[in-house]
Every structure is written in structure tokens, then in C-alpha cells.
Design a protein around this ligand. Structure first.
Ligand code: IMP
Ligand code: MG
Length: 175
């Protein structure tokens, strides 16, 4: 099997869009502080790039969920693999995700987090595949709507590879 990657969103365009998202968040939360919840591992790069551009006080915590095995298809079963270190009660929380596909991961995580009584809870994703949605998820900040293709780079992986690519690319698998 050979793997080849074609560029879908180039580096400058990803970074320009992240700056726009940061500008919006800076305005929306003016005079307040926010806790970013980075959903490991895919949103690590996006969280860093976004956080660097925020001018409001920011705290960062990490959570890991899993819905995928090593391949490109979801198993549909969500588990929390790593819990937050801090309480989010009474805090402004923004969940930072790499991509929303079926919506199952975020639908599950947002329910879990809202039960912990944050002051506010929003969702920010770099990528969104609206055609693939199986359960409803309200997205507050969306980088890009993309077609139904398996993408890698900018934190997103295929079997743990390609997270370090500085752009978003479509993975093509050939026999
Ligand atoms: P959902 O629960 O189906 O919305 O899946 C969300 C998770 O699946 C994301 O956080 C990614 O880890 C993974 N995922 C979905 N689509 C892709 C993709 O195109 N490339 C890499 N990972 C993906
Ligand atoms: Mg992920």
C-alpha cells in the first residue's frame, strides 16, 4: 500500500484563518479569561497556534478521547483516555478540536463537560466535515468546512503519522 498526500489547505491559509478565529475570540471574551481544552492529540498544533494569538488571559488543559482505532473509520465507541487536571466549574471554556466528522466525539464530550457547570461552554474546530454528521453538534468557531475526504497534517494523523505536516492534506491510499 502506498500513501500519498495532496495539499488541501496550504499553511498560509490555515494560519490566516486561525488569526481570524483568534480575533473573533478576543472580541467575544474581552475583559474575561478563558480555559482552552485541547483535545489530544489532534488539536495540539491548532491549540498552540490559536493560543499564541489570543490577547485575553488563557489557561490550557488537556483531555483525550478516542473514537477511532488505527484506521480511517470510526468505531463509534467514545472513551475518555485522559481527564482534565483542573475543575472547569464557573469558568469560560472553549473546547478546541481538530476536526468534527460524525460529531459523536464532541456530542459526548460536550455533555460530559456541561455537567461540570462551566460559566460558558463553546466549541472551536479547525476543520468540519458537515456531510458526515450523524449526531448534532453546535459549532461556535469553525475554521474550514471540508469535503468528505480523510485528511492529515496540522495535528491530524493517519496511524499516528503526518501530524507534523504544516498544511492540511488529503491522504490517498493506493494498492
Ligand atoms: P467524530 O467523533 O466522528 O466527529 O470524529 C472526530 C475524531 O475523528 C477527530 O477528532 C479525529 O481524531 C478523527 N478524524 C475524523 N476525521 C478525520 C480525518 O479526516 N483525518 C484524521 N482524523 C480524523
Ligand atoms: Mg481528534
Amino acid at each position: 500500500m502506498s500513501e500519498n498526500i495532496s495539499v488541501l489547505i496550504k499553511r498560509e491559509d490555515v494560519e490566516k484563518r486561525i488569526q481570524e478565529l483568534a480575533d473573533t475570540i478576543n472580541k467575544d471574551y474581552e475583559g474575561q479569561e478563558v480555559t482552552l481544552i485541547c483535545i489530544l492529540k489532534g488539536s495540539l498544533f491548532f491549540t498552540c497556534e490559536l493560543a499564541k494569538r489570543l490577547t485575553i488571559p488563557v489557561m490550557i488543559d488537556f483531555m483525550q478521547a478516542s473514537s477511532y482505532g488505527a484506521g480511517t473509520k470510526s468505531t463509534g465507541v467514545i472513551q475518555i483516555k485522559k481527564e482534565l487536571d483542573e475543575s472547569i466549574e464557573g469558568k469560560n471554556v472553549i473546547v478546541i478540536e481538530d476536526i468534527i466528522d460524525s460529531g459523536r466525539t464532541l456530542n459526548f464530550l460536550l455533555k460530559v463537560l456541561s455537567d461540570r457547570l462551566p460559566k460558558s461552554l463553546k466549541l472551536c474546530t479547525l476543520l468540519n466535515k458537515p456531510d458526515r454528521r450523524e449526531v448534532e453538534v453546535e459549532v461556535d468557531y469553525n475554521g474550514f468546512d471540508i469535503p468528505d475526504e480523510f485528511v492529515v497534517g496540522y495535528g491530524l494523523d493517519y496511524a499516528q503519522k503526518y501530524r507534523n505536516l504544516p498544511y492540511v492534506g488529503v491522504l490517498n491510499l493506493k494498492e
